[in-house]
Design a protein around this ligand. Structure first.
Ligand code: NAG
Ligand code: NAG
Ligand code: NAG
Ligand code: NAG
Ligand code: NAG
Ligand code: NAG
Length: 759
């Protein structure tokens, strides 16, 4: 380990010698990275809003603790006795049973990206609720999610699939529902990874060829921080997230778990966060410095805190009130989740000793089944459908191809970290990505299984060859289904956005089969430009990461029992180069090689904001997805902005920030008619062109079921934050004066209705 002082000195001199990056996208007058401004002291949780009663109980509890007992609450233990991942020891004297995270024998739910692709707020809330119920049954106090960082800035980012979307508004809306759903089951959320954790490459410090390489620094200006990366965290805090996980990498050269600006400043002051900040596993790099910067809990355990915290209080380097605040925040979250009453023993039924067989206490439940399947169905996005290929019309013979069509050869309750990231999961259907976000299904229904079941019930014949790269195609087959995937795992960024062998498999089949339908289980962006216009490729579906019901969900869609209603939560480019400098993660190169620097010079222009700004036509735009029916848009109405003072009135900060940011100040509505012959769900999307901002930004979406021939009126209620941009000088959200453009439609580029209003 370096001496910290030496390291800091070196960093400072390196930053000072750097030329200020130049970019028109950065509007702040002082654009100089390398520094994170000090924000001290750490704000004490005040018990605002709905937290008042929990804070009262927590303060009474903590008042009874010895300093050593307070310290117990602040870090995990090395030897776990419960099988929990990240365990806080019990304090039996006061009937505190400890805390548990992570579990087994539950369901494999659709991943974040899949939930994002559903664009269904109510369904996402139900997903959270049912996951929470499973964790509660197993005595798990905290679920290590949801993920809102990464936000998908880097197209090849290895953990983008764990989060919902590449848009902050969309992510914010869905994290709000998830936290509410999850916590209504009495399980605390741990919204992560705070903040700007946008690549896996160099996320942690490492030693290579005898040289120490620091973790990458995400260098972000204040405006971009607020308008993109902090935005969904504000929604998570507003929803009451019990905890927030600080991230591995550095922000402006200061580690995520000891950055006083992001923890004390943005999170605990500006957003009024009442819960506790917990490290990612082994993300602690500072002892007392981290405590003073706002860190409350270390995982999985610590050698830097312990009795050093009381020593630091004794010698004056830390206030006693900081330790109290850590303990109060942790206990308040426990009371806030009502875990003091009727909570199962931590980790009930989990292996106490991995070598011993253990009693399986199943956390999954039958009444989750409908939500799980519906969530799996709605995250599929149909992007091509020609020659009436879909839905399948009572085919006599279908042929299945591709390594992704079949289930795994074996299932075990543990998920493993691989030490590399292959471009595909070549052995079976990809139903979840790799790393700590992986899960172990209660069972698994593959596409092949589901097609067999369909054949059994519906009288179709099925042929398959899931191994050949150039399979024979029976000339009498009605449809050829090709299943491929795009893998991604924590710890690595993806090697690319296509893989040649899957593309060759697709074109080999398409060369022989006039009705070739491609299904891609993709853990992130997958390019299709090499074959999308092939005349024999009649339909293409992005199937994302549906979890254990993958096969059943896709067959229900392909056979038309549901009309596809997913929409892309990211932009699919025609060519990888179209993502520009945001294609690959940044590497430790050149003069900053030992201190990798990642300057977010693009500002807010990521994903569709960048494509719009640069006038690049994507293959499939953000928000795009087909249905089996067609919707017509009319009747745009734009109300009057009811408050137009540029800044929100001063008020006591509540969770999420100034409560007036959530004041509803504008109504917009539109009428949507289902003009096709089938019932279907439409995702009605509202984009605003805010003066001085990107061409368009998502500021509303509603998923509505509309029967064939019927019309529905869709209302959008916009709040002050939705209409504001971050004013760096005033450190406030500010309404712009000028003309705002309004667009309503089917995607970020298919916007049949438009209008405007002025402030
Ligand atoms: C923002 O950055 C992109 C990429 O560097 C550039 O193409 C674009 O012109 C910039 N926009 C403005 C307003 O300067
Ligand atoms: C990072 O540095 C930029 C440029 O000085 C500044 O605008 C921003 O507030 C800093 N953010 C953090 C979290 O340190
Ligand atoms: C106190 O901190 C030092 C240096 O970080 C560490 O070596 C030591 O183990 C810590 N002591 C305890 C009791 O955690
Ligand atoms: C105070 O105690 C802490 C924890 O043991 C230690 O890291 C720090 O160096 C001490 N400071 C002084 C001024 O003694
Ligand atoms: C597929 O299975 C083989 C043989 O068990 C194994 O070596 C390989 O790592 C697996 N591939 C992936 C992507 O898991
Ligand atoms: C399309 O499929 C037919 C077989 O049905 C084949 O003869 C033809 O060459 C294919 N077209 C292309 C462009 O590969």
């Amino acid at each position: 380990m370096h001496s910290l002082a030496g390291l800091v000195g070196l960093l400072a001199s390196i930053s000072l010698s750097r030329a200020a990056p130049s970019s028109q996208n950065i509007s702040s007058d002082s654009y100089f990275y390398g520094d994170s401004p000090p924000v001290y002291p750490s704000p004490q949780g005040a018990g605002t809003g709905s937290w008042a009663a929990s804070y009262k109980q927590a303060k009474e509890f903590v008042a009874q603790l010895t300093p050593e007992e307070k310290i117990i609450l602040t870090a995990g233990v090395q030897e776990t006795t419960s099988g929990c991942s990240g365990e806080i020891k019990a304090i039996p004297r006061l009937n505190f049973p400890g805390l548990c995270r992570g579990t087994d024998y539950v369901n494999s739910w659709p991943s974040g990206i899949h939930a994002g692709a559903s664009w269904n707020k109510e369904l996402v809330k139900q997903r959270g609720l049912h996951m929470g119920k499973e964790f509660h049954r197993k005595g798990v106090n905290v679920l290590l999610g949801p993920v809102v960082g990464p936000l998908g800035r880097i197209a090849e980012g290895g953990r983008n699939w764990e989060a919902f979307s590449n848009d902050p508004y969309h992510t914010g809306a869905l994290v709000y529902e998830t936290v509410q759903g999850l916590q209504s089951a009495g399980v605390g959320a741990c919204t992560k990874h705070y903040i700007a954790n946008e690549q896996e490459t160099n996320r942690n410090p490492e030693t290579e060829n005898g040289q120490d390489i620091a973790s990458v620094s995400s260098n972000i200006d204040d405006k971009t921080m607020h308008e993109l990366y902090l935005w969904p965290f504000a929604d998570a805090v507003r929803a009451g997230s019990a905890s927030v996980m600080c991230s591995y990498q550095r922000i402006n050269n200061s580690y995520g778990c000891q950055n006083s600006k992001t923890l004390n400043g943005l999170l605990k002051t500006e957003l009024g966060f009442q819960g506790y900040v917990m490290t990612d596993w082994w993300a602690q790099h500072g002892g007392i410095a981290a405590a003073n910067a706002g860190l409350d809990m270390v995982m999985p355990y610590t050698q830097m805190w312990g009795s050093n915290l009381t020593n630091a209080i004794a010698n004056g380097t830390m206030q006693a009130s900081r330790l109290d605040d850590m303990a109060i925040r942790i206990m308040a979250s426990w009371y806030q989740m009502k875990q003091n009453t009727d909570f199962p023993a931590p980790g009930v039924g989990m292996p106490k000793d991995v070598n011993q067989p253990h009693k399986v206490v199943v956390g999954k439940s039958i009444d989750s089944r409908e939500t799980l399947l519906q969530s799996a169905i709605e995250g599929h996005v149909l992007v091509k459908n020609t020659k009436q290929a879909l839905p399948l019309q009572s085919p006599k013979l279908v042929s299945l191809f591709g390594y992704d069509a079949k289930g795994p050869d074996s299932l075990s309750p543990t998920s493993e970290f691989m030490n590399y990231s292959p471009p595909i999961q070549s052995n079976h259907t990809l139903y979840v990505g790799g790393g700590s976000g992986a899960n172990s299904p209660a069972y698994f229904i593959s596409p092949l299984d589901a097609f067999q079941q369909q054949a059994y019930e519906g009288g179709t014949s099925v042929l398959w060859d899931v191994h050949s790269q150039d399979p024979d195609v029976d000339p009498t087959t009605d449809a050829c289904l090709v299943f491929i995937n795009a893998y991604s795992t924590e710890g690595f960024d993806r090697p690319g956005l296509i893989d040649d062998s899957s593309d060759a498999l697709i074109t080999n089949v398409a060369g022989k089969c006039a009705n070739t339908i491609v299904v891609i289980h993709n853990a992130g962006i997958r390019l299709v430009g090499d074959w999308i216009d092939h005349e024999n490729i009649t339909a293409v579906m992005f199937a994302h990461l549906p979890g254990q019901d993958a096969g059943k969900a896709v067959v229900d869609l392909l056979y038309g029992r549901h009309s596809p209603s997913g929409r892309l939560p990211y932009t699919v480019a025609k060519r990888a180069e179209d993502y520009g400098s945001l294609l690959h993660p940044s590497q430790p190169e050149g003069q900053y090689g030992l201190f990798p620097q990642d300057d977010f010079t693009e500002g807010v222009f990521i994903d569709y904001r960048a494509f719009d700004e640069q006038g690049i036509t994507p293959q499939f735009e953000f928000g795009f997805g087909l249905s089996y029916t067609t919707f017509d848009y009319t009747g745009l109405t734009i109300g009057k902005v009811t408050q137009n003072d540029p800044y929100p009135a001063a008020a006591q900060i509540q969770e999420g920030g100034n409560p007036h940011l959530w004041d509803k100040i504008l109504r917009i509505s539109a009428e949507v008619k289902n003009i096709g012959s089938r019932d279907g769900d439409e995702v009605v999307q509202l984009y605003l062109g805010i003066p001085n901002g990107p061409v368009r930004q998502l500021r509303g979406f509603e998923k509505v079921g509309i029967r064939a021939g019927q019309t529905r009126k869709v209302m959008f209620s916009l709040n002050r934050r939705d209409l504001s941009t971050w004013d760096v000088g005033a450190q406030q959200w500010k309404l712009q004066s000028g003309t705002y453009k309004v667009y309503v439609g089917r995607s970020s580029r298919d916007l049949p209705l438009s209008g405007q209003f002025s402030i």
